[in-house]
Design a protein around this ligand. Structure first.
Ligand SMILES: N[C@@H](CCC(=O)N[C@@H](CS)C(=O)NCC(=O)O)C(=O)O
Length: 212
């Protein structure tokens, strides 16, 4: 059994989606950013920075979404990864970690549109980070030349796709036709829909769009 510690709409959605894609039995422990639950010593014993996702699998505890996906691919869902020595391995790892390149801008935008008190929000940061987010999404647009980032669906689509979906709350995707088609393809996957249904009550992104 796999236990996923999850906050709705957060990076732990990546793991939730993956578990559905891989058809792995799991239970979800729901947490919230409100309150101090993620700073509780019991949770900090699982995740040193008090972050989600965390996965308890067999006797092990794993944090960091990229590491969790790599580990679960290697041990339980090889078709969703690309093994060492295979042609796509390098590209797979690049995109698997590119999700965090996108997410750093999402974090800034989330702070400056949602989390901070209005008086502490910076229009300069909002504008700059939206431009930088748009640029990293253009990188995905340039790379897409098929249905998925690699030759066939993989955990890399989950990492990059889930971040790009949140990115669409902060920047318009006009002019990024391949990216939009790819996101629509990802959202139509039965496992994505099942994960979305299991995500839990939204408390972070309550608006569709936070940009201009
Ligand atoms: N690089 C880590 C980042 C984890 C992370 O920052 N998670 C956020 C949610 S998206 C979190 O738990 N934030 C709580 C906090 O900052 O207190 C990963 O990919 O797992």
């Amino acid at each position: 059994m796999i236990t996923l510690h999850h906050v709705p709409q957060s990076r732990s959605f990546r793991i939730l989606w993956f578990l559905h894609e891989a058809g792995l039995d799991h239970e979800v422990r729901y947490h919230s950013f409100a309150g101090k639950a993620l700073r509780d010593p019991a949770f900090l014993a699982l995740s040193p920075a008090g972050r989600v996702p965390v996965v308890e699998v067999d006797q092990a505890v794993l944090f960091e979404s990229g590491a969790i996906l790599e580990s679960l691919c290697e041990t339980r869902a090889p078709a969703l990864g690309r093994a060492p020595g295979t042609v796509e391995r390098g590209t797979y790892l690049e995109w698997l970690h590119y999700g965090e390149t996108i997410a750093q801008h999402l974090a800034q935008l989330t702070f400056h549109h949602i989390a901070l008190r209005p008086a502490d929000r910076s229009p300069v940061v909002q504008k700059l980070e939206a431009l930088r987010l748009r640029r990293v999404l253009e990188g995905v647009e340039t790379a897409l030349d098929g249905d998925y980032l690699l030759d066939g669906f993989s955990a890399a689509d989950i990492m990059v796709g889930s971040s790009a979906m949140i990115g669409a709350r902060f920047v318009r995707l006009d002019g990024l036709a391949r990216l939009q088609d790819w996101l629509a393809r990802l959202k139509a996957r039965p496992a994505f829909r099942a994960a979305e249904a299991a995500d839990g009550t939204a408390e972070l992104y309550l608006k569709e769009y936070y940009g201009d």
